[in-house]
Design a protein around this ligand. Structure first.
Ligand SMILES: CC(C)(COP(=O)(O)OP(=O)(O)OC[C@H]1O[C@@H](n2cnc3c(N)ncnc32)[C@H](O)[C@@H]1OP(=O)(O)O)[C@@H](O)C(=O)NCCC(=O)NCCS
Length: 140
């Protein structure tokens, strides 16, 4: 078991299914990346209180494999906010076979931009202007 601690808030949890595997039966890296992008988008959207788009992603390495039946938990943490952009540190952890030990499988920093209905960048609001739920947790 990893002694490492998770960083950020648990934002999504899902189970790795047979449909997410490559022909060898291992979970696609792209599926994990997609789960991380979605979780980071939830995080950035709550911080921005608007639509957001992924604009960049730093380098990413897969530390451990994900297997069918693992629960993938994605943790997010906003590390910096620019005028219209936000950097979100994202960690993906696998709970082995639903009830086993957990391990960090990968991490990366995603950059999102807040946009309006026309897809143009808009300013991220100050923290003081956010509703309480956006700061306290990710209840829907
Ligand atoms: C995100 C997008 C709206 C930004 O438009 P733009 O004309 O570059 O806007 P700006 O130059 O004003 O930049 C906006 C912010 O994004 C940042 N940014 C833009 N391009 C970037 C890049 N390639 N890497 C890192 N940051 C970038 C800027 O630094 C700026 O941040 P700040 O306001 O916090 O200082 C536009 O690039 C876009 O729509 N991209 C496609 C996004 C998308 O579809 N993602 C999903 C892919 S499937």
């Amino acid at each position: 078991m990893s002694s490492e601690e998770t960083r950020g808030r648990l934002t999504t949890r899902t189970i790795a299914m047979p449909a997410d595997t490559n022909p060898s039966g291992d979970i696609f890296g792209g599926w994990v990346l997609s789960q991380m992008d979605m979780a980071a988008g939830i995080c950035a959207g709550q911080r921005a209180q608007s639509r957001v788009v992924t604009v960049a992603l730093d380098s990413m390495s897969f530390i451990r494999p994900v297997k069918v039946g693992d629960i993938l938990g994605v943790y997010t943490d906003i590390t910096s906010v620019g005028r219209t952009s936000m950097n979100v540190h994202v960690e993906a952890w696998a709970r082995r076979g639903r009830i086993g030990t957990r391990e960090k499988v990968t991490e990366a920093t995603f950059k999102f931009v807040a946009i309006d209905d026309n897809g143009n960048p808009i300013a991220v609001p100050d923290k003081e202007d956010l509703p309480a739920y956006a700061l306290e947790g990710y209840s829907i």
